[in-house]
Design a binder for this molecule. Structure first.
Ligand code: ADP
Length: 529
């Protein structure tokens, strides 16, 4: 019977032989195995064997048709319910035996049933029949119970094997479908297995790593110290993730690998090595390097430009001052010797020099926004507005402007630049007023989630939509100097200040209807003050 079990793939295949051998060797008339059938919702007869007798065949056929609901009454159900063997000395006298009539017709007089168990778990039951009335036979029951236990073990083992096969199949399809590879290391950290995807993805030869430690071969990005740290981590049996190695590929190019792994312990809790996965991150690294280079280049050219604007405007001041002072000298000493034309030309030179001075000063102010910016700290916007209005007192008084305001919050800002920002916007609101009415300016603020949205609204001449972007560029103006004074740097400075604060600035306006300039500033985080 042990051989029968060993040779069979399934219990279903082994059972007919086992039932036959058990019955024949002990002179039993017939036997069957029962188990729970979840789809049928009850216990059913799975396999049966009987001596060559049509009446017994009929009895077994009846058994196969029967399905018993779970419960503690009944012959088979008692065994399945309690996990204990049962003996019926006289079938005709036992009420709990439901197939009594058919058994009598088949000449069956007594019976016993045995559990098929795996530890405490009852997997099924076997029943056997005698032609004679027989009292319980302890030896027979013991032999039967031992057989039941062995069948239970067989079922458990086959089940475990099936699960193992399934999990291996799952693992295989997982590694086949994934673009990552799987690896294993022994307790000495020697690689014992690497799945084929390593070679397919990177061109690296997996066999050259087998039997060796990760640090036996060079990685271009790692120093001795890096390897020591990695090794120490493994020696502490810690999991690790995204360990990056730059190896040299077959074509001499760099291949970047990212490795993650975890320690493996056996049932005894003994360390058995590591297992984990690897990913080819060459593309990502390449993209990162390109991005990094572009960023560095941008930062470099930006600061160069900033420096250039500053130096140029700073150094231009000196020759300009010279032009100014010598024209003044000319004027003072030779004015009476010059004719009308020459005086007019002198006037143009002075005017040009004055304008150029203004332009240079504006350019300097513009380039200073980025260069001399201070740390952003919590600032009371109310205070910044007060200072801006104080600086604009003359313009406000002479124009008769009415300035109103919301109560302003605390913001993250460079306070000098915030004053400059508000001042430029309010100055424009006053400057670009309508001739026929005095300017009205409102400084407002709205809560926009993580930031505040400020607004400076006027009742001035307004702006055509096609200029909404252009007016924020350096030296871009919509009017001649005769109409409105200025160089066109004010809004460019506002934009630079706001962007330095990681905010946005824009305008909404219609010609003749006034303009509203908006800008955002981030809120002060709780606990920051
Ligand atoms: P400037 O004031 O020196 O001309 P700005 O950069 O401050 O330079 O403004 C650029 C242009 O945007 C101005 O010349 C003007 O045409 C337009 N502008 C700015 N603010 C307003 C406003 N409040 N109302 C109407 N137009 C404005």
């Amino acid at each position: 019977m042990t051989r029968l079990l060993a040779d069979s793939e399934t219990l279903r295949a082994a059972m007919p032989g086992i039932l036959a051998a058990f019955c024949e060797s002990l002179g039993l008339a017939c036997g069957a195995r029962w188990s729970m059938d979840a789809t049928a919702g009850g216990f059913r007869c799975e396999e049966a064997w009987g001596t060559d007798d049509p009446r017994i065949a009929a009895f077994l056929a009846e058994s196969r048709r029967s399905i018993y609901q779970p419960g503690h009454v009944g012959f088979i159900r008692r065994v399945l319910g309690t996990g204990q063997p049962t003996w019926i000395t006289d079938l005709a006298a036992d009420e709990s035996f439901l197939r009594g009539e058919q058994a009598a017709k088949a000449g069956l007089r007594s019976a016993f049933a045995l559990p098929i168990r795996l530890g405490e778990q009852v997997l099924g039951a076997m029943e056997f029949f005698h032609r004679e009335k027989r009292p319980p036979d302890e030896w027979l029951l013991e032999t039967g119970v031992a057989l039941g236990n062995r069948i239970g073990l067989f079922v458990a083992r086959r089940e475990a094997e099936r699960e193992l096969r399934e999990s291996e199949a799952r693992f295989r399809s997982l590694t086949a479908l994934s673009s990552d590879w799987y690896w294993e290391q022994d307790e000495q950290f020697r690689l014992t297995f690497i799945s084929s995807m390593l070679g397919e993805r990177t061109g690296l030869d997996a066999t050259s790593y087998i039997g060796r430690k990760r640090w036996d071969q060079p990685a271009l990005n790692l120093t001795e110290g890096d390897w020591d740290r990695h090794r120490a981590q493994l020696e502490r049996h810690e999991p690790f993730s995204d360990f990056e190695m730059e190896r040299t590929g077959p074509d001499g190019n760099s291949v970047w690998l990212s490795i993650s792994g975890g320690p493996v312990f056996d049932e005894g809790g003994y360390f058995r090595g590591y297992r984990g996965v690897g990913t080819d991150i060459t593309e990502r690294k390449r993209a990162q390097a390109v991005l990094r280079a572009a960023y560095d280049e941008l930062a470099r050219s930006n600061s160069e430009l900033q420096q250039f604007a500053y130096v140029a405007s700073h150094d231009l001041q000196e020759p300009l001052r010279m032009i100014g002072s010598y024209t003044q000298l000319l004027e003072r000493r030779y004015l009476d010797k010059l004719d009308q034309d020459a005086r007019e030309f002198m006037g143009f030179i002075v005017d040009g020099a004055t304008r150029m001075k203004q332009l240079i000063e504006d350019l300097l102010a513009y380039s200073r926004v980025g260069m001399r910016g201070r740390e952003l700290t919590p600032v009371q916007a109310q205070v910044a507005l007060d200072r801006a209005l104080l600086n604009l007192r003359a313009a406000i008084e002479s124009s008769g402007a009415a300035i109103t305001r919301d109560s302003l919050p605390e913001v993250n800002a460079d306070d000098t630049q915030l004053v400059q920002l508000l001042q430029n916007l309010i100055a424009n609101a006053i400057k670009f007023r309508k001739k026929e009415e005095p300017p009205r300016v409102h400084v407002g603020v709205e809560d926009a989630g993580s930031e505040w949205r400020f607004s400076v609204a006027d009742n001035g001449i307004g702006i055509e939509p096609q200029y909404f972007e252009r007016i924020f560029m350096v030296f871009q103006r919509l009017h001649t100097r005769d109409e409105y004074s200025g160089t066109g740097i004010g809004l460019a400075i506002c934009k630079k200040v706001v962007e330095r604060h990681r905010g946005r600035i824009w305008v909404e306006s219609a010609p003749g209807k006034g303009s509203t300039f908006y800008f955002t500033l981030s809120k002060v985080q709780k606990g920051q003050t």
